[in-house]
Design a protein around this ligand. Structure first.
Ligand code: CDP
Length: 237
């Protein structure tokens, strides 16, 4: 989107008062839905997201089943009331893309060979959106899967970095995403720091890319700590 003179820094701080390397406030809770096998609720800045996980369970339609492993299916959906301009209900190009990259980001850590001919279904419902919903959705979905007891090699943690007014910054919020210069969503399996999602929108120099990548990586590791706390909290007496 064109900038049209929008200022993204006030007195050297970002519009919401953050430093360049500071995440928005994040809250996570698991086990929020009774009828799902696993679930999570996540607030990340003004994003509000519910994730639900079902399975491993029988695959319908049957032709999708794999003889030697479980499949992972992901549906990312935005509620019509989640954005300032009403979002037309139902799937669109953007939600298909985000569902696909989310599935790929999560699938890599699932021990799919343990449950042949089954499916792990993951639903991500965005109730309120303010930039970075794919990272927030991936983070919530990984928690829901862990809450469901899906055998996984690791969690998946996600965070983006971007460029605003030529400066590299972590975790852009709405205005920064709309009027910023670039966006770099990242998801990792935090123990080995393996990248499971990396996308890029806009332009970075090589140096900026490295800076943004390192910032997003640090953001993912911070998110991982909050995920672990949310999972531990469920088992506290
Ligand atoms: O949400 P994320 O940054 O992962 O994906 P995006 O496609 O870059 O969208 C950025 C933001 O645009 C979303 O988080 C929403 O806040 C907003 N958006 C919107 O207002 N209306 C839509 N139909 C889609 C996105």
């Amino acid at each position: 989107m064109k900038k049209d003179g929008v200022k993204l820094f006030v007195d050297g701080k970002r519009l919401d008062g953050r430093e360049l390397d500071e995440l928005r406030p994040i809250k996570m809770e698991v086990g929020v839905l009774k009828r799902a096998d696993g679930s999570a609720y996540l607030e990340w800045g003004e994003n509000k997201i519910i994730a639900a996980c079902y399975g491993p369970r029988e695959v319908h339609p049957r032709h999708m089943e794999e003889a030697d492993k479980a499949i992972v299916r992901v549906r990312y959906n935005m509620a019509p009331f989640s954005v300032p301009d009403r979002k037309r209900p139902g799937p669109d190009r953007r939600s298909h893309e985000i569902s696909k990259v989310t599935k790929e980001a999560l699938e890599s850590v699932v021990l799919t060979h343990l449950y042949p001919k089954t499916v792990v279904d993951v639903f991500i419902e965005v109730l309120q959106a303010n930039a970075g919903t794919r990272c927030a959705g991936i983070t919530a979905a990984a928690l829901a899967m862990a809450d469901a007891g899906i055998p996984m090699r690791d969690l998946i943690s996600s965070c983006a970095a971007g460029k605003i007014e030529g400066k590299v910054a972590v975790d852009m919020m709405g205005a920064e995403d709309n009027f910023g210069d670039a966006d770099l969503p990242l998801a990792i399996s935090p123990q080995k720091k393996e990248v499971t999602l990396l996308q890029m929108d806009g332009n970075f120099t090589r140096k900026e890319f490295e800076e943004a990548f390192n910032m997003a990586m640090k953001g993912c590791l911070d998110v991982y700590e909050i995920q672990k706390q949310a999972l531990l909290k469920k088992y506290e007496v």
